[in-house]
Ligand binder design. Structure first.
Ligand code: ATP
Ligand code: MG
Length: 298
């Protein structure tokens, strides 16, 4: 039986911040990340606008379509520190700022990374899954930072003001499966510029698989074609994210057949795959896209 090792941190060093010098680090660039030209232009304007005042951007799109990567690339491109916070797990207002701790019979307030990030000039603050806090009240204090006054009072640490040049990016999954879960409050949505991302058109996705997973043109085409068939399968559509096609492409790159790679990557039944693969081989080309959006590496 496999043994699970649990590591508990006993030293009180939670106040230490990421980055060896205590500063919030600037992320590295990722190669071969593609965005629509209009999204790239919007992000350039966000950078300019942030010189005047902090800016909020909401990135909406289906699972694994590049939302988090977009935020990271923005930070990398403009040489900004990046701090990421999971809003989806918050259950109380104020939880992002810190917590009371007990040590040797005395309580103290342990300040978290969030207030430090908010006070760091030009920081990119990524709020993940902003539409899904466990408790709606968890967003209250966040709202004050996103609103015009850009400041919030926390009893334990005083006033927290948003530093110049800060950009808040919130991301949320919006797709068929998410209808019915708590959608973003109108008041919150009102405060953001909105970027809608979607899966890449087939020609661009093929290029991504070639560049990122080192696949040959023919294999990349097969993976994209099969993925698109599954996505648009009328009887039983399957969600296949770009993350998934990349995982599958890497398996194919290591010699797996397209069928095996899809079975292990997606848990799609072999029968469905047989049918899809057959129809792909019969046609063997990309479906002709009607609209041609321009995409560039970002
Ligand atoms: N447009 C794209 N160009 C190149 N690679 C992409 C693109 N979109 C996604 N990917 C790749 O797919 C993977 C998943 O992307 P990412 O984590 O940014 O998606 P996400 O939308 O944040 O997912 P989730 O919904 O799970 O939060 C990453 O490896 C990313 O580089
Ligand atoms: Mg993400």
């Amino acid at each position: 039986m496999q043994e699970t090792k649990v590591v508990t941190q006993t030293r009180k060093d939670t106040r230490r911040l990421p980055g060896s010098d205590g500063l919030i680090p600037v992320p590295g660039r990722e190669d071969h990340f593609f965005l629509k030209a209009e999204v790239i232009r919007l992000l350039e304007r966000v950078e300019l606008l942030s010189e005047r005042h902090p800016v909020n951007v909401l990135v909406v799109g289906p699972q694994g379509c590049g939302k988090s990567t977009l935020v990271r690339q923005f930070a990398a491109r403009f040489n900004r520190p990046l701090a990421v916070f999971q809003v989806g797990i918050l259950s109380e207002a104020g939880q992002l700022f810190g917590e009371h701790r007990l040590e040797e019979g005395r309580t103290y307030f342990n300040e978290f990374l969030f207030p430090k990030a908010v006070r760091t000039p030009r920081c990119v603050i990524h709020l993940e899954e902003i539409n899904r806090p466990e408790h709606p009240k968890a967003l209250n204090m966040l709202l004050s930072l996103l609103a015009e006054d850009r400041s919030v009072w926390i009893d334990e640490i005083g006033r927290v003001d948003v530093a110049p040049g800060v950009v808040f990016f919130a991301t949320m999954n919006e797709g068929e499966e998410f209808v019915g879960t708590e959608m973003l409050d109108a008041a919150l949505r009102d405060r953001f510029y909105i970027v809608a991302l979607d899966y890449l058109p087939p020609e661009v996705e093929t290029q991504v698989l070639r560049l990122k997973a080192n696949l040959g043109e023919a294999d990349a085409l097969t993976v994209v074609n099969v993925a698109n068939r599954l996505r648009t399968n009328r009887n039983d559509p399957v969600t296949v994210s770009t993350r998934h096609t990349l995982m599958i492409a890497e398996m194919v790159g290591l010699g797996a057949s397209a069928k095996d790679a899809f079975v292990s990557g997606l848990q799609v039944g072999r029968d469905t795959l047989e049918t899809v693969l057959l129809s792909v081989h019969l046609e063997g080309r990309l479906p002709g896209g009607e609209e041609k959006d321009e995409y560039h590496e970002y």
